[in-house]
Design a binder for this molecule. Structure first.
Ligand code: URA
Length: 258
């Protein structure tokens, strides 16, 4: 492990992980240094993957009753549609929509819950304290923030940072599904219960969603679930588990490319 990596892990308060050189098999956790060595990810255009042959149940995007053409929009059209959105009542209280940020050809796509006050003001996801921690964790995994794509389930801030309502999520999810389809990442990382439950269309507790790889229709894109950075700020003792989630994500994404 190089000095920079060690310093980052110390800074975010999680144990340093040193891979066993030459260790093989599932027991050997991936060496984040390898991921770093291959970053920044080279510009690429992957062919659309066929779904893996043997995979667990594929989560189908939650049904939406909003009849629309979101699934056919290109980036510019989608961004415009989100900016003008009035599908739910959050349009009345937002300062601006928060579309998403990062590399639109990224290998990893991160999904958060909804903009908070800072994001509502600045128009970018994860720019507050939780965002600082997220950036540190990404660096520990070998990525700079700009090398991944970051979006939220909701594009508008719920007043007083309350949880997204089911109707708000239902209205907004088609935008996230289209972002995922356009990026076509190797891996989706859900940050927190709200992101995971809405994207996977389940109400399973977070603890049961972590630690395994889910698949998202239509392409069988792998989804790994971890804690929300804001939760980790309140419960730093859980950072160790979030590092285990990141290692699972690294391992899974690497498998996609093999
Ligand atoms: N929390 C989220 O889930 N998303 C943000 O963009 C900021 C905080």
């Amino acid at each position: 492990m190089d000095a920079r990596r060690a310093a980052i892990l110390d800074a975010i308060g999680i144990d340093r992980f040193v891979a066993r050189r030459g260790a093989a098999g599932a027991e050997s956790a991936p060496d984040p240094g390898v991921a770093e060595a291959s970053s920044p990810a080279p510009a690429r255009r992957r062919p659309i993957r066929a779904p893996a042959v043997a995979m667990p149940a594929v989560a189908t995007p939650a049904a939406t009753t909003v009849a629309d053409d979101v699934a056919t929009l290109d980036w510019a059209q989608l961004e415009g549609r989100v900016a003008a959105c009035t599908r739910c009542s959050l349009a009345a209280t937002r300062t601006q929509t928060v579309f998403g940020t990062g590399d639109r050809r990224a290998r990893w796509l991160l999904v958060g819950e909804a903009p908070g006050a800072d994001e509502d003001r600045q128009g970018e996801p994860f720019v507050g304290r939780a965002g600082q921690l997220l950036n540190s964790m990404l660096r520990a995994a070998g990525f700079e923030r700009g090398e991944v794509y970051i979006a939220n389930v909701l594009k508008c801030r719920p007043p007083a940072n309350r949880d997204p309502g089911p109707e708000e999520a239902r209205c907004c999810l088609p935008y996230l599904h289209r972002q995922i389809a356009l990026v076509n990442p190797d891996l989706v990382l859900c940050l927190g219960r709200i992101a995971a439950q809405n994207l996977l269309g389940v109400d399973t507790p977070l603890g049961q969603l972590r630690g395994r790889v889910h698949r998202l229709a239509p392409l069988g894109t792998p989804v790994v679930v971890s804690y929300h950075p804001a939760y980790l700020l309140r419960s730093p003792s859980e950072k160790r588990k979030s590092w285990a989630d990141l290692r699972l994500a690294l391992e899974t994404a690497r498998g996609q490319r093999a």
